[in-house]
Design a protein around this ligand. Structure first.
Ligand code: GDP
Ligand code: MN
Length: 379
């Protein structure tokens, strides 16, 4: 679950990270009032779950409350990477002498938290990683000990020469680690961490993602979820108990099991197609889940064909076939469906599908090749 910047700031601020106090507005008038209260130059910032807001015109400096209103008018309602801006953050503007990057991620390779820091901050860290990886310092953290003081100093020395700044940055990294560890984060980053001409070190941006598995035991964090800020298909899928991630392709995928779902996406790409989604209907599939899955996938106009890949173990393939039948009775599915199923109750499943004029393949390669061919014909 991604937090908005204004929510992430609250967590970092509570841990002691130095940041200016601001306010959140949903209307231009509210933004203007916040700017009037703060006085001086402010920054108006789009609150959407996306980086690169600066480049997209979603971060603007305003010298007066009137200018703040004008910028808020332009930014509220703006679309950034497909997400509509419903709120803006208004904070006092900082004068910037340097911009650094400080981030923490849960890293698959080292199976634990990894710090990444870089003096090349402000821009996308992905871009730095691609063009100048030597500018990023990495450090794997042992979660038993956390970030030790000498490690924090070592990281901070890769950013600053001035010792007062090094000490402040080291403290900020320990605070960031504390927030990361205490809230089940998969990502916590400050980009940019700036120095001002007077030598202050300040966090100007905050980004936090929380592992969904943390939410059932942390209602305080779960309450931060903003459904309106997420892709509608993902919100519907979550409500239906499906694990669904929308992607940019045109082959809709309905699969049981996360591993098979990923293998299916790989194979779709291998045969020259592009998956429209990741979807795991789970182990014990009841027909209802299949109906919901089809409803969600067919509501995406980009989808040109749908691939079922079901390996029946605990999942009964006849349940899946009944789900397809029920869905087709309930709403029109205008794109071709290719079904591969094998395993538990396969014979019954094939019969159910034949009853509605559909066939089922048994081989995964055959099914993926067929669906890719179908999509190419439709294009
Ligand atoms: P992002 O583009 O979505 O990561 O949004 P950021 O909050 O990182 O803002 C983008 C850029 O706007 C920063 O890298 C800064 O260059 C600039 N910016 C943000 N806040 C301030 C500020 O208080 N003062 C000044 N001068 N620039 C700012
Ligand atoms: Mn940023």
């Amino acid at each position: 679950m991604n937090l908005h910047e204004y929510q992430a700031r609250e967590l970092l601020k509570a841990a002691g990270v130095p940041m200016f106090d601001g306010g959140v507005a949903s209307t231009p008038a509210e933004a203007e009032a916040i700017a009037r209260r703060l006085g001086g130059t402010v920054v108006v910032k789009a609150q959407v779950h996306s980086g690169g807001r600066g480049k997209a015109g979603g971060v603007k400096l305003a010298k007066t409350p009137e200018e703040t209103r004008v910028h808020a008018e332009a930014i509220l309602g703006m679309t950034i990477k497909g997400l509509v801006v419903a709120k803006v953050l208004v904070v006092p503007a900082a004068e910037i002498a340097s911009e650094s990057y400080v981030g923490l991620i849960m890293d698959r390779a080292s199976q634990g938290p990894v710090f990444m820091v870089s003096a090349a901050g402000g821009m996308d860290i992905e871009e730095v990683a691609a063009t100048a990886p030597e500018k990023i310092t990495r450090l794997a953290i042992d979660p038993v000990y956390g970030l030790l003081p000498h490690q924090a100093l070592g990281l901070a020395f890769s950013l600053y020469e001035d010792y007062a700044q090094v000490k402040t940055a080291a403290r900020i990294m320990q605070q960031l680690y504390q927030v990361f560890a205490a809230n089940g984060c998969s990502l916590a980053e400050v980009n940019p961490l700036v120095t001002t001409p007077e030598g202050q070190v300040l966090a100007l941006d905050a980004k936090i993602s929380i592992d969904d598995n943390e939410l059932p035991r942390r209602p305080d964090l779960a309450a931060l979820r903003d459904d309106s800020a997420e892709a509608p298909s993902e919100v519907t899928a979550r409500a239906a108990g499906l694990t669904f991630i929308k992607l940019d392709g045109n082959v809709g995928c309905v699969v049981n099991g996360a591993g098979l779902a990923m293998a299916t996406m790989d194979l779709v790409k291998y045969y020259g197609g592009e998956p429209a989604n990741f979807l795991d209907i789970g182990g014990s599939s009841n027909p209802e889940k299949v109906v919901n899955a089809l409803r969600i996938i067919t509501s995406d106009p980009a989808v040109k064909a749908i691939l079922f890949n079901i390996f029946g173990g605990i999942t009964r393939t006849d349940d899946v076939a009944n789900g397809i039948k029920t869905a087709l009775e309930q709403f029109p599915v205008k794109v071709p469906i290719v079904v591969r199923l094998t395993g538990t109750n396969e014979a019954q499943a094939v019969k159910i599908l034949q009853g509605i004029g559909m066939t089922a393949l048994g081989d995964m390669d055959d099914a993926v090749k067929r669906v890719v061919a179908v999509v190419k014909e439709a294009a």
